[in-house]
Design a protein around this ligand. Structure first.
Ligand code: ZN
Length: 338
């Protein structure tokens, strides 16, 4: 490990844009398939499922993986493995999307199917808090290109469970932005906020800056991707004035063809403009890069110095939904890392 890699590892970091189902390594998928499939996948077949060349094929890969998650124990296994991976990178806090909309879809929208799965995820989370000292919140993610009613089902479940599980911190919308924007979800976002949930949203990944304006207009507090904001100077000023947390995922954008290279990603330009940018891995197993590697690539591809990497780590804590006192204590720790 080089000294910069060791520095990155030691920096306390938060990961704020991470899909649980996108953290499943092919070897784990083989294990799940052996449990659940009539004709279990070989490692070679599993690896083939992780190959895609554009955004639409990526969605197909994501579906092929999630389709093999059946029992609550499967979720407990993938969650625990994810938490071990986070801990190994020096991540101290994570806010993780669960594709609740997809879970419902594979279970014929049976409302009883979700709670045992969530209880299993909570077992993994509690174990990680105890054994790894990792703090973790859940964000219930709906699929925007399903219907508004499906999103409502997901957000209502988050609101219903939140009093019992304070780890459910917020809601989000993923899926295909080219198909559905944010405006149809305005009322649902207001209701979620009233229920004490924080509001995230994927915006400006495969669509232009107008989709980001729309996401802001319905009250989104933190934005995933926001790659195309670079085309709209007024929007950049607005994001800065609001202090909106931006969950950037450079390698993900390169792998889905949204961005030609890591070097060309607007990360550096946003950062230099003073936006609240954070680095994230999105779906590390599918994209072949984890958060520590995104930090390293920021250094090698965009010339981020140690002090700038430190600021990125601090941004990840600031943009998180942690209580202020916890943020302050991590920020102090980040300052002491040599
Ligand atoms: Zn995402």
């Amino acid at each position: 490990m080089t000294s910069i890699q060791s520095f990155i590892r030691r920096l306390p970091k938060a990961e704020l844009h991470l899909h649980l189902e996108g953290t499943i390594e092919p070897a784990t998928l083989v294990e799940l398939s052996a449990r659940n499939d009539k004709f279990p996948l070989t490692l070679h077949e599993a690896e083939r499922l992780y190959r895609f060349s554009d955004f639409s094929e990526f969605i197909e890969s994501f579906k092929a993986v999630t389709r093999r998650l059946k029992e609550p124990e499967d979720y407990e296994l993938i969650a625990w493995r994810m938490m071990q991976q986070l801990h190994a990178q020096g991540i101290v806090h994570a806010e993780v999307f669960i594709s609740v909309g997809v879970i419902y879809m594979w279970r014929n929208f049976d409302p009883r199917a979700f709670e045992p799965i969530f209880a299993a995820l909570e077992r993994a989370r509690e174990r990680a808090a105890r054994e790894l000292n990792l703090s973790l919140y859940w964000i219930f993610d709906a699929v925007r290109h399903f219907t508004v009613e499906e999103a409502e089902r997901v957000f209502r479940k988050a609101a219903e469970l939140r009093p019992y599980y304070p780890s459910i911190v917020g809601i989000g919308l993923g899926g295909d932005e080219r198909h559905t924007g944010s405006e149809p979800f305005r009322t649902l976002y207001a209701q979620a906020r009233d229920a004490g949930l924080r509001l995230t949203n994927h915006a400006g990944e495969t669509t232009g800056p107008e989709a980001i304006w729309e996401a802001l207009a319905i009250g989104s507090e933190r934005l995933g991707h926001a790659v195309t904001a670079i085309r709209d100077d007024k929007l950049l000023e607005e994001l800065k004035a609001r202090g909106t947390g931006l969950e950037l995922n450079p390698t993900s954008n390169v792998r889905t063809g949204v961005c030609p290279s890591f070097a060309a990603h607007p990360l550096r330009r946003y950062f230099d403009r003073g936006l609240l940018v954070t680095l994230n891995s999105d779906d590390p197993a599918l994209f072949g890069s984890d958060l520590a590697n995104e930090f390293l690539l920021a250094h090698t591809e965009q010339g981020f110095t140690r002090e700038e990497l430190r600021r990125l780590a601090a941004n990840s804590i600031r943009a998180s939904f942690l209580p202020e006192a916890e943020k302050a204590s991590w920020l102090t720790r980040i300052d002491t890392i040599k």
